[in-house]
Structure formats: C-alpha cells, structure tokens
Design a protein around this ligand. Sequence first.
Ligand SMILES: [Zn+2]
Length: 229
Amino acid sequence: MEAWQQFTQSAITLAAPTQPQEETRPTALAITKALRAQVRQVWRLPWENNWKEVWWRLLQHGVMGAGGHGWPMKRGTACPCGWQHSAASPRAAQALQLREHVFWTCTGASAIRRAIQHNLPVSVQLLPRNVWLLEQPCQTVRKEVWYVVCLAALTAMLRARGLMFSTLAMTGLEPAVVETKAVDLLLAPLKDFAACQGSVSSFSDLGQAHPFVYARPNGSLAVSLQLPA
Ligand SMILES: [Zn+2]
C-alpha cells in the first residue's frame, strides 16, 4: 500500500512539481484507496494479462530499468536521450525521477503521449494521472477502452526505452526514428486488443466514431488511432 500511495503521489505531482506534497496527500490517499477496485477491473478486462503487467509492476514500484526497487541509473550514466537524474538527490529520489522520465518525458514516451493527445478533444490536456492511474480524461472515451489505451501506452513506453538502448548501441540515436517506432509500439497492443474481442463482445456497441478503437457494423473492433502529422 505504501508503494501505491507513493505512485499516486508521483502521478499527481509530476504535472505540478512545485505544489507542496502536503496539499496533494489527501487526494493521493483517496485515489490509492480506490485503486484496489480498479485493479480488479483491469484484471477482468478480456485481454492477455501480459499487457497489464507493466502497470501492475509500476504500482508496486518494481519496473526494472525504470527506477524499480529503488534503483536509479548507475552513477555518471545517462539515458540514451541524454537525460540524467539529479546527482545531488538521494538514491530513492533518483529512482523516482527515473520512473517519471521513462514513463513520461523520455523521447519514446513523449511521442506516445503526443499520439494519445492527438485523439482527445482539443480542450482536454493529457496529464500523468490520466495515464498512470488510468483516469478517463473525458467522457468521449469509454472507461474500459481508456484502460486499454493506458496499459498499451505504459507497455510501449518501457519497450521504446529498451529500443533506444539497442538503437544507440547499433547506429546512434535518431530521435525521429525512435518516435516513429514508439508509436508502432503503441499501435501493436491496440491492434491485439481489437483482434481478440471477436464480433460479439461488450465493446461491440462502441460505434464507428469512438476514438482509439471503434466497432464495425458487424460488431468486431478495429483501431481508430489517428496519428499526428
Ligand atoms: Zn530518456
């Protein structure tokens, strides 16, 4: 529960880093209490559990290579994008900075966020809590579809970072290439979700105008993610 509380606190303060923690603590506590029911809903989603694991491990503060288990990057090393955690921070804080970087500000994560933002109404600003805590940003996206989008996004963000390390080692890092591949990594799980629902599912009534995934007239799903130019 302590890890969950810390996770919700990070998700809230990431968008407003100057806000004192005391002010956000009651909100974080309320969200943490509600997480248990949300976890149950996520595990019940008719989709392979391996797509849900990154989020689950994030909740436990256990994503290896992303600050999990309190491990920051090795001293003096940097992310392939050039980012480094603050050398002056204690190790525990560096691990949290690394998690925020991998799942929000790194090159691949940023491209994935832009792709998601592009499919939301212009008046809606995508916040870390929308993705990390699977909070619906608006009513135009059905709650369960939003869960799928977030689980896909978090999985893709982690995979994009792995890709950055291998790309850097092989050819040097081209941010534009990473951004394109990161969006492909977001598309893959969405396609997988759409494909495994069949023509009769609880999503068959989504309609053809639903963002991210839509239902064809025969009830089967397809991906409707629009990509920014
Ligand atoms: Zn980075």
